[in-house]
Design a protein around this ligand. Structure first.
Ligand code: ATP
Ligand code: MG
Length: 398
C-alpha cells in the first residue's frame, strides 16, 4: 500500500515576482535594457555597476540569480563569480554570463568559475528570459528538494519515535491481556467472580490500547489535512458545562473540586462541536491527571473582543521552562506524571489539541511556574448574535 505524500511537502512553482535578479554591468545603458526586460517579465530587479558593488549587494540582500557582464574594469565577471562561489551564503546562486563574443575559451573559463549559463551580446530578449527562467526554476527545485528531504527526515524521526513508543506502551497492556487470557484458559474451574474480574482487566487493557491507537490516528489525520470540520456558532458555556459534568465522578473520586466561572448569558463561539469538546476534555483531563488529590481546578469562560477565551487553571506541579518549550509537540511526556491509579499518558493530547484549535482558527497557550500550577488557555473566534430572527454571523477576522 502506498500512502500519499505528506500534505506539507512543498511542490508549487514560484511566481516571478518572488525572485530577485541582480544585473551587473559597468554600462548603465545595458543595466537599463536588461533591467527593464526582467521587470516587465515580473521579476524584482537590483543593479550594480561594478563587481565590488555586486558583491556588497549580495551580502546585504542576496539575489536569486545574477546576470553578470564578463568584461568590467577593476574586477571582471570571472573574479566576481569566483568570490561568490567561495562564500557559502552565495555559492549556490546561479550566475548567467553576458559576454560580447561566444569564444569557446572564454566560455570554458566562465563555466570553470561556476557560471551556469551564458547569453551573448547583443542578446535576444526571449532567449535571455528563457535562460533566466530555467535557472530560477532549477534553483527553486533544488531548494524544494532540500526542504522536502529535511521534512521527510523529520517525519521519519517522528515515525521511528512513534514506533518506539507504540511498541513500548502497547507491551504492558498486551502482556496483561495475554496473562489474564492464559489464566482463564488454564483454570476452567475458576469461580465466576474471579473469572469476571479477569475479563474486566482484559477489557480495561484493550480499551487503553484502543485509546492510544485512536489518538495516533487522530494525530495522523490532522497531519495529512484530512480533518473534517463543521464550524458553526455554539454556546461555549454549554459545551464547557457538558464536559465538566462528565468529569464529576473522576474529580470526586480524587477529592478535587472543579469550578466553572462564566459570564451571564450565552457565549456564542465559532467551533466544530465535537472538536471543541475534544479540546476542553483534553485540557480538563490534564488538570485532573497531573494535579494531586484534593486540589482545586478552575475553569473560566470570558468574552473578549471578537474572541471567546477559555482557560483551565490547576494547582498541580506546574512546568519548568524547559518542559514548557516542549509542550504541544508530539509524544511530549514531560516531567509531571499522572497522580492516580488508572490514569494514562501518551503525550499526544496537547499536540492534537493544538492542531485542532488552529484548524478552527483559534490560538492556544499555557502559563505555568514550577510548583505553582498551570493555566492552559484557548481563544476561539467569537460568533455574534444579531437581533432575533436573523442568523448568527461570524465576527470579523483579525
Ligand atoms: N495541567 C498540567 N500540569 C502539569 N503538567 C502537564 C499538564 N498538562 C500537561 N502536562 C504535561 O505535558 C505532557 C503532555 O501532555 P499531553 O496532554 O500532550 O499528553 P498526556 O496527557 O501525557 O497524554 P494524553 O493526553 O495523550 O492522554 C504530560 O505528559 C505532562 O507531563
Ligand atoms: Mg493529556
Amino acid at each position: 500500500m502506498t500512502s500519499p505524500p505528506p500534505a506539507s511537502l512543498a511542490t508549487r512553482t514560484r511566481p516571478p515576482g518572488e525572485s530577485l535578479v541582480l544585473v551587473v554591468d559597468d554600462m548603465p545603458r545595458n543595466i537599463q535594457v536588461v533591467g527593464n526586460l526582467l521587470r516587465e517579465a515580473g521579476y524584482q530587479v537590483a543593479a550594480a555597476t561594478s563587481g565590488a558593488t555586486a558583491l556588497r549587494a549580495m551580502q546585504q540582500r542576496p539575489a536569486d540569480l545574477i546576470v553578470l557582464d564578463v568584461m568590467m574594469p577593476e574586477m571582471d565577471g570571472y573574479e566576481v563569480c569566483r568570490r561568490l562561489r567561495e562564500d557559502p551564503a552565495t555559492s549556490e546562486v546561479p550566475v548567467v554570463f553576458l559576454t560580447a563574443a561566444a569564444d569557446t575559451e572564454m566560455l570554458v573559463k566562465g563555466f570553470a568559475e561556476g557560471a551556469v549559463d551564458y547569453v551573448t551580446k547583443p542578446f535576444k530578449s526571449a532567449e535571455l528570459l528563457a535562460r533566466v527562467r530555467n535557472h530560477l526554476d532549477l534553483k527553486h527545485s533544488r531548494e524544494l528538494l532540500v526542504q522536502n528531504a529535511e521534512r521527510l527526515r523529520q517525519l521519519d524521526d517522528e515515525k521511528n519515535e512513534f514506533l518506539g513508543i507504540l511498541a513500548h506502551d502497547l507491551k504492558n497492556p498486551l502482556a496483561g491481556v495475554v496473562g489474564f487470557a492464559d489464566l482463564l484458559l488454564d483454570e476452567p474451574d475458576m469461580d465466576a467472580d474471579e473469572r469476571s474480574d479477569h475479563m474486566q482487566m482484559i477489557r480495561t487493557s484493550a480499551q487503553r490500547m484502543m485509546m492510544m491507537v485512536r489518538n495516533l490516528l487522530d494525530a495522523n489525520a490532522i497531519e495529512r489535512g484530512q480533518l473534517v470540520m463543521d464550524v458553526a456558532p455554539h454556546d461555549l458555556v454549554d459545551l464547557v458545562n457538558f464536559v465538566v459534568e462528565s468529569f464529576r465522578a473522576r474529580t470526586a473520586a480524587k477529592g478535587q473540586t472543579l469550578e466553572v466561572h462564566r459570564p451571564d448569558g450565552p457565549v456564542p463561539t465559532l467551533v466544530d462541536r465535537t472538536l471543541a469538546i475534544q479540546v476542553l476534555e483534553n485540557l480538563i483531563s490534564n488538570a485532573v491527571k497531573y494535579s494531586p488529590p484534593g486540589k482545586a481546578i478552575q475553569v473560566r469562560v470570558r468574552r473578549e473582543p471578537g474572541l471567546t477565551h477559555f482557560e483551565v487553571q490547576d494547582e498541580g506541579p506546574g512546568l519548568s521552562e524547559s518542559d514548557q518549550r516542549k509542550l504541544f509537540t508530539n509524544f511530549a511526556r514531560l516531567t509531571p506524571g499522572v497522580t492516580a491509579l488508572g490514569e494514562d499518558s501518551t503525550g499526544l493530547g496537547l499536540a492534537i489539541v493544538k492542531r485542532v484549535v488552529q484548524a478552527m482558527r483559534g490560538r492556544i497557550g499555557a502559563i505555568s511556574q514550577l510548583g505553582r500550577g498551570s493555566t492552559f488557555w484557548v481563544k476561539f473566534p467569537a460568533a455574534h448574535l444579531t437581533p432575533p430572527g436573523d442568523n448568527l454571523v461570524t465576527s470579523g477576522e483579525g
